[in-house]
Design a protein around this ligand. Structure first.
Ligand SMILES: O=C(O)[C@H](O)[C@@H](O)[C@H](O)[C@H](O)CO
Length: 445
């Protein structure tokens, strides 16, 4: 398998997110985000870790972008911290924040690296959370204003934009299960969050298109391949309900298909929040859709899970190879999800905007021999190539992630990076997987 096999216009990159790498959570005028507040509460995150310093990217970005260059990675995905440029989420702008992101963009371009910018990667300004956050319909306007500011300040040099990162995860974990920031739970929070995030995604996209007409616009979705524990009618119906929630609820309204309410009854409760022209306003013709896949889920029917009637069969109970996140290593999942979403005629282009794995990396003589990660990446690329050879419109791949970083509720324990970080000294060590990715991107067939 060579880079050429994927075609010369295939986009190769690496993905990151602001809260997971930047640190400097309260300097130079930055306002607090929901993750700054969530991690300050004991017991919310493993080992009570937080992102106050993280990978200190705020200060070390030149070094890390230099490493992206050294690894010959042409595209760099990063996110903007809303509260770093608008401390209260609305109103006064923090010019220090704008200047910081201009430095990242300019230095990336100076290094010959193309910036791919994510507008929202989970770090909502706390000041907006206090006004209801994603459960308050006014957030559609707040997010649109933030988008306008970003487009006007960065649109002259950034051509590749992603509006949202994995809405199913940050609304599910943050507004239904309460295990991520802001720590809210229940349908009364989850349902309005679903609807407002969907409307905000398309209204922001229209805003971007109006200000940067030539921009390459996308948005990203978490997705997973789902199979029944045993092929029974009850389990197959359960698979369909889980698939509807995880893979279709946030995507299909954007594609102009409305919410898949026939396949998951609880989604009919969204009608309470759907107003006026919402159905039409939820749709937007994106240039690409970013899909993020890491594994597969095995599902069985269950009376005990309200609304879903299904439960996930934990991978660690299934005697299968696992990552440090206890996710099954199942690279065929990537093939299946691409085939699934390729079938949507409304999707013009698929880009895998995240894929990667956490493994227990150790430093030996200044090196990190992460063979498992190399195999994981290779096998997932094989799956992508297989789908591509079958005609699927998949045109890009971004590794999650550049440096080990703050893995949300798991803190710094899971290491996903191509580059090892010693969080005591901020020393970086390019892992063997980073060297492999470089060799793969550089080697001529
Ligand atoms: O998309 C996500 O879930 C997040 O974008 C990343 O921030 C995670 O760190 C990664 O997926 C590994 O879990």
């Amino acid at each position: 398998m060579n880079r050429e096999d994927f075609g010369s216009d295939f986009e190769w990159g690496v993905s990151t997110a602001a809260y997971q790498i930047e640190g400097s959570h309260d300097v130079d005028g930055k306002g607090l985000s929901i993750w700054d507040v969530f991690t300050s509460k004991k017991g919310k995150v493993r080992n009570n870790h937080h992102g106050n310093t993280a990978c200190d990217f705020y200060n070390c970005f030149k070094g890390d972008i230099g490493l992206i260059k050294d690894l010959n990675i042409p595209n760099f995905r990063f996110s903007i911290s809303w509260s770093r440029i608008i401390p209260n989420g609305q109103g006064a702008v923090n010019q220090n924040g704008i200047d910081y992101y201009n430095r990242i963009i300019d230095y990336s371009l100076e290094c010959g690296i193309t910036p791919w910018l994510t507008l929202y990667h989970w770090d909502l300004p706390q000041a907006l959370e206090l006004r209801g956050g994603w459960t308050n319909r006014d957030i559609i306007g707040w997010f649109s204003d933030y988008t306008e500011l970003c487009a006007k300040n960065f649109g002259d040099r950034v051509n590749n934009w992603m509006v949202m990162n994995e809405p199913s995860v940050f609304t599910g974990a943050g507004y239904f299960l309460g295990i991520h920031a802001p720590g809210r739970s229940g349908l009364r929070n989850f349902l309005p969050a679903i609807h407002h995030v969907t409307l905000a995604t398309s209204s922001a996209a229209r805003q971007l298109k109006a200000i940067i007409p030539h921009a390459n616009l996308g948005t990203t979705f978490s997705c997973t391949h789902i199979e029944p524990q045993a092929v029974t009618e009850r389990n197959l119906l359960a698979v369909n309900r889980v698939d509807t929630l995880l893979n279709r609820t946030f995507l299909e309204p954007i594609l102009g298909m409305g919410y898949p309410q026939n396949d998951l009854k609880v989604l009919r409760k969204l009608d309470k929040y759907i107003k006026g022209n919402d159905e039409a306003d939820m749709a937007f013709d994106f240039d690409f859709i970013g899909f993020q896949n890491y594994t597969r889920e095995i599902v069985k029917a269950s009376f005990f899970t309200p609304y879903l009637g299904a439960s996930l069969v934990k991978a660690e109970k299934r005697n299968v190879p696992l990552t440090d996140m206890k996710w099954e290593v199942y690279p065929q999942a990537m093939y299946h999800v691409i085939k699934k979403f390729d079938a949507y005629p409304q999707i013009r282009k698929i880009i895998i905007t995240e894929n990667g794995a956490a493994f227990p990396d150790i430093v030996v003589n200044g090196e990190v021999a992460d063979e498992q990660r190399i195999s994981y990446l290779k096998d997932n690329l094989q799956s992508i190539l297989r789908a591509k050879k079958e005609g699927c419109k998949v045109d890009g791949y971004f590794v999650w992630t550049l440096t080990d970083n703050f893995e949300w509720a798991e803190g710094y324990h899971p290491r996903f990076g191509l580059i090892y970080v010693d969080f005591d000294t901020q020393r970086r060590i390019v892992k063997d997987s980073g060297k492999w990715y470089k060799e793969f991107l550089t080697r001529k067939a």
